[in-house]
Design a binder for this molecule. Structure first.
Ligand code: PMP
Length: 416
């Protein structure tokens, strides 16, 4: 059993103090203090985000871009202000390269549908990786089927690491786009996306980066990466659900046809002909999630106030502690790499079903995720039904990791 080290200050973050920023963390489950280790599915929200949402609805709720009246102007300013915050956060050249969507899933569907409409034809190849979330598989499968194109997959090894020689081999001139995850949600692997982009660009092939997990744990600089498209969801980075981001290089977004038609995305409409609006509005048909965007802006402010480096190093310290503690649990097998990874830790305990382990942990107030984590091909590769996944955030503590370890010992006793 691991004893907690002093955790008043974990790498520049005062854990006890930041926990007070997250009201939900004070609740109990089955009479026990909640231990929330399902952060990769969605993170908890700080008061600053909850207040920003409430302020919008209480004080200046109004539709954006459409009214001359003051409320609409205030809402528009806040909404467009959030776009600028996102652009700065990921170092986009221009705010116009930031499209608000419903989430990573919609961002990828948007690119797949629009890109395929214009650029994909029979015999072409879309290249993804063996560890993609279903949302970076199915949209491509759908457009490939429609266009007679083929989906190919970069293989991985038994540690959940991509095989770069397989990538180089499969990067033929038939490949029209590469779409890969920066960080695997089920394995925790950090993929060498910079190198993937570099090699793809040598052949003039664009790359979409699924940054749903990466944006929480790594600094994202779209210009340094030279990513053509990058997608993430606000709810994983302490913002509200229902709001996501698609970053696209201006020239690519201008080249793609609109995804949906409706209000806002048009310049002029007649029954004979419609002309489309400029970026980013061309891709934002209908009333957007104004509150969601403002909430994400508040979440970004919150992270920036804490200091991104402080947040990341606190997570790294927790991750190192958790890996040591979990590897010392008898009969526990980590599924995924042991290094070059983030704190989404998938594992199996003995040969117990992940669901049974997860249920016993839940009774102790410990929230973990069990199952295939929307990566069924990853589970098929390892020939397992699923995993237990404990995913950490900077507001978690070493004492909570100790509780997880104790919970797993209890699960072994009850199931063994
Ligand atoms: N990609 C990855 C790597 C993810 O972890 C997730 C969420 N689990 C998604 C895509 C989909 O995100 P969302 O459900 O927010 O659209």
């Amino acid at each position: 059993m691991y004893q907690s080290e002093t955790e008043m200050m974990v790498q520049g973050i005062d854990v006890e103090k930041v926990r007070n920023d997250f009201p939900l963390l004070t609740r109990t489950v089955y009479g026990k203090p909640l231990v929330y280790f399902d952060n990769a599915a969605t993170s908890q929200k700080p008061t600053a985000v909850l207040d920003a949402l409430e302020d919008y609805y209480r004080l200046y709720n109004s539709n954006v871009h459409r009214g001359v009246h003051s409320l609409s102007q205030e809402a528009t300013e806040a909404y467009e202000g959030a776009r600028k915050k996102v652009a700065t956060f990921i170092n986009a050249k221009k705010a116009e390269e930031i499209i608000f969507t419903r989430g990573t899933t919609e961002s990828i569907n948007l690119v797949a549908a629009s890109f395929a409409k214009k650029f994909l034809k029979e015999g072409d190849v879309v290249l993804i990786s063996a560890m993609e979330h279903h949302s970076n598989i199915v949209p491509w499968q759908m457009v490939c089927a429609e266009k007679g194109a083929t989906l190919q997959v970069i293989a991985m090894n038994e540690f959940g690491e991509l095989l770069m020689d397989d990538f180089a081999r499969k990067l033929t001139c038939n490949v029209k786009i590469v779409s890969v995850t920066y960080v695997s949600n089920s394995l925790g692997t950090i993929n060498p996306v910079g190198e993937i982009i570099r090699q793809a660009h040598e052949k003039n092939i664009p790359v979409l980066v699924d940054a749903a997990q990466a944006v929480v744990h790594l600094p994202i600089d779209v210009q340094a990466l030279d990513a053509d498209f990058l997608a993430f969801s606000g709810h994983k980075i302490y913002g509200p659900t229902g709001l996501g981001i698609l970053y696209g290089k201006e020239e690519w977004l201008n080249a793609l046809p609109p995804y949906q038609g409706g209000g806002e995305m048009i310049k002029t409409v007649s029954f004979e002909k419609t002309t489309y609006n400029e970026l980013p509005y061309k891709f934002e048909a209908g009333t957007p999630d104004v509150a969601g965007a403002i909430g994400l802006g508040a979440a970004i402010d919150y992270v920036e106030q804490l200091g991104r480096d402080n947040v990341f190093s606190a997570e790294d310290e927790l991750l190192a502690y958790a890996m040591r503690a979990l590897q010392a649990v008898k009969g526990l097998r980590i599924v995924g790499p042991l290094s070059n990874r983030v704190g989404s830790i998938s594992f199996l305990l003995e040969n117990f079903h992940p669901f049974d382990v997860g249920e016993i942990l839940d009774k102790q107030g410990i929230a973990v995720r069990t199952g295939h984590h929307c990566t069924q091909p990853v589970m098929d590769f390892f020939n397992i039904p699923g995993t237990v996944r404990a995913s950490l955030a900077f507001y978690n503590t070493k004492a909570e990791i100790d509780k997880l370890v104790a919970g797993l010992e209890k699960a072994r006793m009850l199931l063994g």
